[in-house]
Each structure stands twice: as C-alpha cells, then as structure tokens.
Write a protein that binds this ligand. Structure first.
Ligand code: URA
Length: 243
C-alpha cells in the first residue's frame, strides 16, 4: 500500500504540487470513483488508478488460484451460463485474467488464471508435462490391469491417444488420476474407457501447487515463490516419468 499522491508522482502524473492540483480538480479516479485525498493508501496492484480516464502504470503480472465449485463453466463470458470469472473478486477485473486450461462445468477444484500469455502457453502445452492430479469417484473398482493400461497410454473410443498417465486406486469407486495433458473431458473419458464412469471429479494439484486450505469458491493470488516454482515446472512430489 502506498499514498495515492506518491503513486501519482511515481507514475509520471506530475510533480508533488501538480499532483495536488490534479487531485483537487477531480481528475483522478480510483476504481472509477473520483478521489481527491492524496493521503489515501492504495494498492496499485489491486485497484485501477486513472488520470483523466487514462489508467496509470503498466499492468502487473498476476497468477491466481481458484477453488472452483461445480456449476460454473470455464469461459471468459457466456450468454446463458455462469462462468468462473464471476467467482473472482471485482477488484481484480482490471488485471484481465484468463483461465489456464479448463475444468468442466461439474468439475471442482484447482483452476489457475493469469494475464501472462507466455506462462499460460507454457502451462497448457503437454510437452512441458505440468502434472495435474485429480480425485475421482467412479463406478466400479480400479485394478492392476487398469493401472497398467493408464501407464501405457490409453486409446479412447474415438481413437484419441492419451499420453501415459498414473492411476492410483484408493478403494472401491475412488481413484487418483495424474495426467500431463488436458484433452476435452480427458479424465472422465479415460476412466469411462475402462468401464468406470465418473460421478465426481476434483482437481487437487497442478505442478507444485495444491489447493491447501483455500475454501471452495474462493480465489487467492499466488506468491512470488509459487509462481517461480510453477515456471520452473516443479512438482510437489514424484520422480521423473514414474508412471
Ligand atoms: N478431465 C475431465 O474429464 N474433466 C475436467 O474438468 C478435467 C479433466
């Protein structure tokens, strides 16, 4: 947080005395509302500060984690259905965040957003092998044959080839699935192809990131360290290609 007048000087709006006059004249807005008090403490990363309607300061890079509830589609806008964008706090609107990959409407859990196009690309390209871990409830019981089939790389009913993946049966009708790509309805289709239709799906981990104790429906910004780990492609556990 810093004083509004100090931010304005730093952003090149003018000298201290010029800034004072700009504020007095009502030419400065914070999140669209005129602000005349230069001593007001602002977080330029969290609010939009404008002079004569022009936003000041470059947009900083942001990466956000959402614990997505069921019932929201992964899209930036839609005419009829609720989108994940509606779950982000309004003060992040100016950050122009975009979802990284997608979760189905009924899938819950970890969904990332960023305004960094390069990072977005890096995270969704299968070559980089950002591992995503899903908890699935499904019909049937996964066995050794299924584990082997996942490890070898499944071919789905329509001929789609999947990269090797890890299936860890947790008990009757419950498994963890780890994949490093994001094909349409991938985990649901993989389990269905082995006769285990999914009844519930939650993404719990992406690279080194886990949901932690982030409540369902809530979002938080990643720390600098978390972003670095994500960029470096660090995993929370597991070794090299140990499917
Ligand atoms: N796989 C799916 O089938 N659905 C998701 O939402 C994510 C992965």
């Amino acid at each position: 947080m810093e004083r509004l007048d100090k931010f304005l000087c730093g952003a090149g709006a003018g000298t201290r005395s010029q800034v004072k006059l700009l504020l007095k004249a009502g030419r400065v807005t914070v999140d669209g509302a005129v602000e005349k008090d230069g001593s007001r403490k602002v977080d330029p990363a969290a609010v939009e500060i404008a002079l004569d309607g022009q936003t000041l300061g470059g947009m900083r890079r942001a990466v956000v984690m959402l614990n997505k509830p069921a019932g929201f589609i992964t899209a930036t806008e839609d005419d009829s259905q609720a989108t994940v964008m509606e779950l982000l706090p309004p003060q992040w609107k100016h950050l122009d965040l975009k979802p990284v990959g997608r979760l189905d409407k009924d899938t819950e859990g970890l969904l990332l957003f960023t305004n960094d196009g390069e990072l977005l690309h890096r995270l969704i390209t299968p070559k980089k092998e950002v591992r995503k871990v899903y908890y699935a409830r499904h019909e049937g019981w996964a066995g050794e044959e299924d584990v082997r089939a996942f490890a070898q790389g499944l071919t789905l009913g329509d001929g789609t080839r999947c990269l090797p993946a890890r299936l860890e049966p947790l008990g009757p009708g419950e498994s963890l699935v780890t994949v490093c790509e994001g094909k349409y309805h991938q985990v649901r289709r993989m389990l269905a192809s082995r006769g285990m239709p999914v009844t519930y799906l939650e993404r719990r981990q992406e690279g080194a990131l886990t949901l932690g104790n982030l409540p369902r429906g809530q979002a938080r910004e990643l720390t600098g360290g978390e972003i670095q780990a994500l960029e470096a492609g660090e995993d929370a556990g597991g070794g090299e290609n140990d499917w």
